[in-house]
Ligand binder design. Structure first.
Ligand code: CTP
Length: 429
């Protein structure tokens, strides 16, 4: 037997419980993990003990509840707990706990354990809707997300005090399934639909990388109320940004789309309108990036002299003279730092591959994601896409019709392969 009567190889989870009304549901999470063969060490904050009895956890878990940093038998319990854990799971995670963890405070056994561990950490927030939506809480979660902490987002439903809304702790079965998935344990995970949560257990193979993604169709003003635009929805670009963040990257999304990001997304969003604004925003962030993905549909032409007052019918039909916009991607390619991977997109309607290879050369990119926008289910406004990824050096990856999220993951699989190749080819002119 290993420590605490634990068989060798048995996964060990520190189950942190902070003080919210949902603390009682952590009992169910604990039971499911123990039933699946996991060694569970419950760590309760002082406030948690006001909501749920220590005796309940001590009876169900693999070890008695731990609460204090000042346990006489073990003078540094947090280091031992943190070092020995295969996973630290906090359910429920209150706004206070999230804030202290984001700030790097170690004021009780649970936060000290969180700081002392190198194991994966999963937070399951639960709180009132107003608190969940507060910018301080969201910012703290973004900070933690950038550090690789995973979040099982709360659902909507009845909250304490008869209120209803977002902030209700995720279902205990889902929380247990996410934990088991990360630990690589089946058991209870079987039969639970992990769709939408599996990615939380994904690899953090972009941790420590800075990724910049552009998205959406630019809007080129004709006058203060009208613009020339295109049919790009921004869905693929947003999916790319979220995929990179899920995989641990620090992500900036420069977007001309008004699509929302998922709740508690750690992605930093920079909103732009025209090609000129997009160029300026990218110039500020691209030089520091390891990866730049230019998924935006940038207008190729813009009105040469947009009117600064609304064009009205009395003035007659306006004659609009167009001028070319800057080729943002080609500009980024000429100024890119050594080692940066640059990805372009191409929307084509004919001669897809031939035009794709020519565009990859012309734009000076490493990867070109070519989209046949006439294919059923692919391209503008759809939730699905079908692409071919062309790579400098000749490699071709065909991605059949699938969700834009899944396409995003294939793009980053190829980006990561090129990052790890060390960029020898990229140094070629
Ligand atoms: N792009 C850009 N700046 C522009 C036009 C396009 O940065 N002014 C980028 C797009 O974001 C995309 C890539 O270039 O990553 C290819 O876009 P696409 O519209 O297919 O190519 P164009 O250069 O416009 O070529 P064409 O219209 O002749 O196909």
């Amino acid at each position: 037997m290993a420590d605490g009567g634990r068989p060798p190889g048995q996964p060990r989870v520190v189950l942190g419980v902070s003080g919210g009304i949902a603390a009682y549901k952590a009992v169910e999470v604990c039971r499911r993990l123990v039933d699946a063969g996991v060694h569970v060490v419950p760590v309760l904050t002082r406030a948690a003990t006001r909501f749920v009895g220590e005796a309940t956890f001590s009876a169900l878990a693999s070890e008695p509840v731990q609460r204090s940093l000042w346990d006489e038998a073990s003078p540094i319990p947090h280091t031992r707990l943190g070092q020995q854990a295969d996973l630290v799971l906090v359910a429920p995670a209150t706004a206070d706990l999230i804030g202290r963890y984001a700030a790097g405070l170690a004021s009780d056994l649970l936060t000290a354990t969180l700081l002392a561990t190198r194991a994966p950490v999963v937070l399951c927030p639960a709180m009132h809707t107003e608190m969940w939506e507060h910018p301080a809480v969201q910012e703290n979660l973004r900070t933690l997300g950038r550090r690789g902490v995973r979040v099982v987002p709360p659902g909507e439903g009845r909250l304490a005090g008869g209120d209803s809304g977002a902030g209700r702790l995720a279902d205990p079965a889902t929380i247990a399934a996410v934990a088991l998935e990360i630990l690589g344990v089946r058991g209870e995970a079987a039969g639970v639909d992990l769709a939408g949560h599996l990615d939380l257990a994904g690899h953090l193979d972009l941790a420590g990388r800075r990724v910049v993604v552009s998205a959406g169709g630019t809007r080129e003003p004709l006058d203060p109320v009208r613009y020339l635009g295109n049919r790009s929805s921004g869905k693929q670009g947003h999916a790319l940004a979220e995929a990179a963040a899920r995989r641990g990257a620090d992500v900036t999304l420069v977007t001309a789309s008004s699509l929302p990001l998922s709740t508690a997304s750690p992605v930093r969003r920079v909103a732009v309108g025209s090609a000129a604004e997009m160029e300026e925003a990218l110039a500020a962030v691209a030089p520091q990036a390891d990866v730049v993905v230019m998924a935006a549909a940038v207008a190729d032409f813009r009105p040469k002299a947009p009117s600064d007052r609304k064009l009205v019918k009395e003035d007659g039909v306006p004659e609009v003279v167009l001028e070319p916009t800057p080729d943002i991607l080609a500009g980024l390619a000429t100024r890119r730092p050594a080692g940066q991977v640059l990805v372009g997109f191409a929307a084509e309607t004919h001669d897809v591959l031939a035009r794709g290879w020519a565009k990859l050369e012309r734009k000076g990119v490493d990867l070109l994601v070519v989209n046949d926008v006439t294919a059923p289910g692919a391209g503008f406004e759809h939730d699905t896409n079908q692409v071919v990824i062309l790579e400098r050096g000749g490699r071709v990856t065909e991605v059949p019709l699938r969700s834009k999220d899944a396409v995003a993951d294939v793009v980053f699989d190829r980006v990561i392969a090129r990052l790890s190749e060390g960029g020898e080819e990229r140094k070629r002119p």
